[in-house]
Design a protein. Structure first.
Length: 230
């Protein structure tokens, strides 16, 4: 119990520190464009330190659910380049997601499940019926904030290893999109410009594909079985 109290207190302190530091106010495309040259210069002079600081900031923001994952991922492309940007963003996003998942499961899960059982029924049923396919769809389709998914999955019965693997696969799609956008930062006027209608629809289809296959494959197998039986 003492360990849980200390860990939860640490979470509250982290949340308050980030809030009062006002770092979220710097998480904008305009600020990134204005200081890109200075950030890039610092990175080239201190690559290891820059990557560590970036990763820690990304992880901290993800744990406390500050909505800055999109701009931070764009920043990775602008400052580090495509391949390093994808790797550091994906690592940071998944690490933060795991911490948020564990925080929700071990410190918030039981109480929230009891208090909001009706509201959480859709999520619980989705995981129970579709398992990993459900999480993959949520990760890929741009319809629910990344940070919110982390906490919601922590309230379900999903296994940690499955959660980690699917999060890596699912998050990779939007990480690649946003990091690539960051490499062409000067042409972007807003974050909304990154996800065009075509890209949005492609992500929706990608997210729905495994769910559709899970439904279609048993139907095909059943049809073949009946055909052979006849």
């Amino acid at each position: 119990m003492t360990r849980k109290i200390w860990l939860f207190s640490g979470f509250i302190i982290l949340l308050m520190t980030l809030y009062f530091a006002g770092l979220q106010s710097y998480m904008s495309l305009d600020v990134l464009k204005a200081y890109q040259a200075e950030y890039s210069t610092y990175y080239h002079r201190n690559p290891a330190t820059s990557l560590i600081l970036y990763s820690l900031l990304f992880i901290a923001f993800t744990i406390v659910s500050i909505p800055a994952t999109a701009i931070l991922t764009v920043a990775a492309g602008a400052l580090f380049g495509f391949i390093p940007g994808v790797l550091i963003s994906l690592f940071s996003a998944v690490t933060g997601a795991v911490f948020a998942f564990l925080l929700a499961r071990h410190y918030l899960g039981e109480g929230l499940q009891e208090k909001y059982c009706d509201q959480l029924k859709l999520i619980n049923d989705g995981v129970a019926q579709e398992g990993g396919f459900y999480l993959f769809s949520l990760r890929v389709m741009p319809i629910m904030p990344f940070c919110l998914i982390n906490f919601l999955m922590g309230l379900t019965q999903m296994k940690l290893l499955k959660y980690v693997l699917i999060t890596i696969i699912g998050a990779l799609s939007w990480v690649v999109i946003y990091v690539y956008a960051g490499t062409t930062l000067r042409t972007i006027k807003s974050l909304e410009d990154i996800i065009s209608t075509e890209v949005f629809m492609a992500l929706i289809l990608l997210g729905l594909f495994p769910l559709l296959m899970k439904k279609i494959i048993p139907l095909i197998s059943e049809k073949k079985r009946k055909k052979h039986a006849a």
